[in-house]
Design a protein around this ligand. Structure first.
Ligand code: HEM
Length: 498
């Protein structure tokens, strides 16, 4: 009995300390407002499954910067675009990354780019950016590889023309995986390849499990009390083997001086540094583990994001036939509908740029951004941000704030055009790739892929909603990204480019 009473007293005491700590000003700096949470759990239970909506409610109540606790992790949420640019750009200490213990590819080793910090992150981020910028493996440019995949997708869609299609999201998923995996590993999959289907099923399962157990993510100690994620380790190991197999196959056929893809470029870097102990590529075993983790990052960060952006664009344009016709008219006037659309056409297509931006604004698929970690305690404006604070950009709120956009619920590409609708006008409040030191490294690839798939598909087809099923809503399904609910569409072949 006595130990139980002691435990209860200790919990109450810690709870009171916790409560007091949440309300404390830090060393004379201005206190950051925010909701009071529960001992040990903080605000995690209030956040629930629709984090972006709760974050938006709190922004209305507490303003441009507020503080919450996710478990015992102090977090701040930034809801103003200017403040967001400043916090992610000016102070290097705010460009760390949270590391989710228990979910890593190699136990207790943060590897790759998305979840690393310091020199390992800097060197590999720079390396990846350079490869993506100077892309050109073998005889192909990145654009050619994406266009090859666009043509495959159009052929596939042609066979379903005039019949309802209810799996466009999955079709885009495979197409985007293929264009990325060709760049990375010089390999594409058939839409029914068992390896691909198993990867997709694994990742869907993990996402569902993790979203339903967000508390395990943010309050890691609950892992020891909750039942383990069903089959998590098995899925993680299968995933890792997929990347190891790709790298091993490349090692077996690697020829010095010939680079077929990103894996070869990375292997060449290891080779070039074999006599340079100061390099992070020197230790072959460790560098190969790092390569596996980067491949996983690219797969994870680059596929569902791009394919869901495309799925949202098709849904919005199927619902907004006027916008679809305007975009098709622009595509026809630039290409004469006698050739495929290429990246160089983009600067001549203001309306299409508006459609792309409006899709990214309205869907805001990475709704609460990817949080940073304060690697040291630093002043930010009149506040103090202690070490280890997580920093969230409230992207969904920023992209739907009526004070910025006026009518955020409407799909209106014209908001990104000058009043005469002839010129595209960038809006600095649109930040789907975040901003600053960790800004998405795949941004140009994502924009090119989005543009090439979108324009070439609409050049070839007109798309409308299937009249025989209820109209799909704009409500997202919440996962790692916000994706549209499954919907059914009908494609009509415009018989343009053959
Ligand atoms: C529409 C598509 C995409 C969106 C909306 C998107 C969005 C984002 C966001 C919001 C971040 C967080 C940036 C930060 O922490 O400050 C990010 C990071 C990242 N993205 Fe993307 N992304 C997209 C496509 C891609 C693609 C195609 C790739 C790769 C080929 C990619 C690779 C990465 C990587 C590696 C990071 C981590 C960067 C770092 O931590 O330094 N993303 N992305």
């Amino acid at each position: 009995m006595l130990p139980l009473t002691l435990v209860a007293a200790a919990v109450i005491f810690l709870g009171i300390l916790w409560w007091m700590k949440q309300d404390t000003k830090d060393g004379g700096f201005k206190a950051i407002p925010g909701p009071i949470g529960l001992p040990l759990f903080g605000n995690v239970l209030q956040v629930g499954n629709k984090m972006h909506l709760k974050f938006a409610d709190w922004a209305v109540k507490y303003g441009d910067i507020y503080q919450i606790y996710l478990g015992n992790r102090r977090s701040i949420v930034i809801s103003d675009p200017k403040m967001m640019k400043e916090i992610f750009t000016v102070e290097p200490a705010f460009s760390g990354r949270a590391f989710f213990e228990g979910f890593e590819m190699y136990p207790n080793e943060p590897l790759g780019i998305v979840s690393t910090e310091g020199e390992l992150w800097e060197v590999h981020r720079r390396f990846l950016l350079r490869q993506l910028r100077d892309f050109g493996f073998g005889k192909s440019t990145m654009e050619q590889l994406i266009l090859d995949e666009v043509k495959e997708t159009i052929d596939l869609l042609k066979s379903s023309s005039a019949k309802p299609i209810s799996n466009i999201k999955e079709i885009f998923q495979v197409s985007v995986i293929n264009s990325l995996w060709t760049i990375v590993a010089n390999e594409r999959f058939n839409h029914d390849d068992p390896r691909l289907l198993s990867m997709m099923a694994d990742s869907a399962r993990l996402t569902d499990e993790l979203m339903n157990r967000a508390v395990m993510f943010f309050v890691p100690w609950t892992r020891h009390f909750l039942p383990p994620l069903a089959g998590f380790e098995e899925v993680r190991d299968r995933n890792r083997r997929f990347y190891e197999t790709a790298v091993d196959a490349h090692k077996a056929t690697y020829q010095e001086g010939t680079t077929r893809d990103f894996i070869d470029v990375y292997l060449a870097e290891i080779e070039a540094n074999k006599d340079n102990p100061a390099s992070l590529f020197h230790d072959r075993r460790q560098a190969e583990k790092q390569l596996h983790a980067i491949l996983a990052d690219l797969f994870f960060a680059g596929t569902d994001t791009t394919s869901n952006t495309l799925a949202w664009a098709v849904l919005y344009l199927a619902k907004n036939q006027d916008a679809q016709k305007k975009m098709q008219k622009e595509i026809s006037s630039v290409t004469g509908d006698s050739r495929l659309v290429t990246v160089s056409d983009r600067s001549n297509m203001p309306y299409t740029n508006g459609v792309m931006d409006e899709t990214m604004r309205k869907s805001s698929i990475v709704a609460s951004g990817v949080q940073h970690r304060a690697m040291a305690g630093k002043q930010f404006r009149e506040y103090f941000i202690p070490t280890d604070t997580w920093i969230f950009p409230n992207l969904y709120f920023i992209h739907h704030n009526p004070k910025i956009w006026g009518d955020p619920a409407n799909f209106r590409p014209e908001r990104f055009l000058t009043p005469d609708e002839k010129t595209y006008k960038k809006n600095d409040n649109l930040l789907p790739f975040q901003v600053g030191r960790r800004q998405c490294v795949g941004e140009s690839l994502a924009r090119d892929s989005f543009f090439l798939f979108l324009t070439n598909i609409f050049q070839r087809f007109s798309i409308s909603l299937d009249p025989n099923v209820p109209e799909p809503s704009n409500e997202p399904q919440v996962g790692f990204v916000l994706s549209p609910e499954s919907y059914s569409i009908i494609l009509k072949d415009r018989n343009t480019v053959k």
